[in-house]
Design a protein around this ligand. Structure first.
Ligand code: S3P
Length: 168
């Protein structure tokens, strides 16, 4: 089975993804890392050289390539992946989508110290970060809510998660 982890930046997709893949006995892919490898540039460079629109096209392309070449995996998607170019519909057709959804306050705390590699956050002042996250999540909720499974807790029970994925 293909499992796609979605959720806002800092939600823990890249942290929980490898652990979930290990538990499921399948490979793990981090979509951002795959994009960087394919372009020979980091995400920040792709944004600054080519712009977000071009990043979204590459992101979709890699999502399709990885999906079509593997029947089973856990993939940590980027925070924006489900929100562009019909990617959420594609992921739902191809596998199960899991939304990791910590509170905006938890995300802001994490992202305050983890934003160098995240072009969308670079010009946001610390005191504006929480409001920015709240607004952006409100814009993206429409997509995130289409996930098959949603997890709000911070400590994920991987075995229970796998069971619930199998039942949706
Ligand atoms: C983005 C999230 C990032 C990365 C890019 C854009 C977004 O991934 O894909 O900076 O639009 O939310 P992470 O969620 O892994 O930080």
């Amino acid at each position: 089975m293909r499992i796609y982890l979605i959720g806002f930046m800092g939600a823990g997709k890249s942290y929980w993804g490898p652990l979930l893949a290990q538990q499921a006995g399948v490979r793990f892919y981090d979509l951002d890392r795959e994009i960087e490898e394919s372009q020979g540039m980091d995400i920040e460079e792709i944004f600054s050289k080519n712009g977000e629109e071009s990043f979204r096209v590459i992101e979709k392309e890699l999502l399709h390539i990885l999906t079509e070449s593997h029947l089973e995996f856990v993939m940590a998607c980027g925070g924006g992946t489900p929100c562009f170019l019909n990617n959420i519909e594609y992921m739902k057709r191809s596998g199960k989508v899991v939304w990791i959804n910590p509170s905006a306050e938890v995300l802001a705390d994490r992202l305050r110290t983890e934003r160098e590699q995240r072009p969308l956050l670079q010009n946001i002042a610390n005191e504006e970060l929480l409001t920015y996250i709240q607004k952006k999540i409100a814009d993206r909720r429409l997509y995130y809510e289409q996930a098959d499974v949603r997890i709000d807790e911070e400590n994920i029970d991987l075995a229970a998660l796998l069971k619930s994925i199998a039942h949706v």
